[in-house]
Design a protein around this ligand. Structure first.
Ligand code: SF4
Ligand code: SF4
Length: 215
């Protein structure tokens, strides 16, 4: 008898569980949908979200303020001072470019999206975007190369710097030689007699007429 009661009790509990579960399911069918069908549907990002960095290389003046501000050292910059005679153009903010930026890499895999590099940039060429889909299978692909200078352009720039430095050194040497020649050609002023080398006057002769008679 107890076994039969247990049998029907199990059936009751099973049916009750199914009814409760289906009640939850049916209730959720009439709730607003919150699941996004990503990647077909995408969530709108907040206006000031900080995701992937964007860099406008044309406006970079190579000041390295961004690299110095980065707390994780993920910005790698190499620069060369351009000759004064070279015209590198101006940025969109009107600043004259005087430095070749031969390398500007950002390792976005290390970036912590703090935005500290964005604020010190004097030409506002760095900004954080709302792009968050940039995963890669190879982490080396997460090192972004922003410099547009090709190896041949870098070699050409190095050559110009070398020529300029040689010209400057030659000008400096010529100016020094000219100054030395002018100094050598200048008349030497007559030297005044050295008082220490003069012969002292002889002592007065007591027998001379100037001597005073003994009284
Ligand atoms: S956002 Fe922060 S961590 Fe990323 S590059 Fe800029 S300073 Fe470095
Ligand atoms: S702070 Fe701006 S201008 Fe200066 S090196 Fe960085 S990106 Fe270029």
């Amino acid at each position: 008898m107890a076994a039969v009661a247990l049998y029907f009790s199990d059936i009751y509990r099973s049916l009750r569980s199914i009814v409760i579960g289906m009640g939850v399911t049916i209730n959720q069918m009439f709730q607003p949908v919150v699941t996004l069908q990503y990647p077909i549907e995408k969530k709108a990002m907040p206006e000031r979200v900080r995701n992937r960095l964007y860099m406008n290389f044309d406006d970079c003046i190579g000041c390295e303020l961004c690299a110095n501000a980065c707390p994780v050292d993920c910005i790698d910059i190499e620069v060369m001072k351009a000759p004064a005679t070279e015209n590198l153009g101006v940025t969109s903010t009107g600043q004259k470019k005087r430095i070749y930026v031969t390398k500007f890499d950002i390792d976005i895999a290390k970036c912590c999206y703090c935005g500290l590099c964005v604020y010190p940039c004097p030409t506002e060429c760095l900004k954080m975007t709302d792009v968050y889909e940039f995963s890669e299978f190879d982490r080396h692909n997460l090192i972004y190369n922003f410099s547009t200078m090709t190896p041949s352009e870098i070699e050409t720039a190095k050559g110009k710097i070398k020529v300029f430095e040689e010209e400057q050194a030659a000008k400096k040497a010529a100016a020094a030689a000219q100054a030395a020649a002018a100094k050598a050609a200048a008349p030497v002023p007559p030297s005044s007699p050295d008082p220490s080398s003069q012969t002292p006057p002889p002592p007065a002769n007591p027998d001379s007429g100037n001597a005073q008679p003994n009284t």
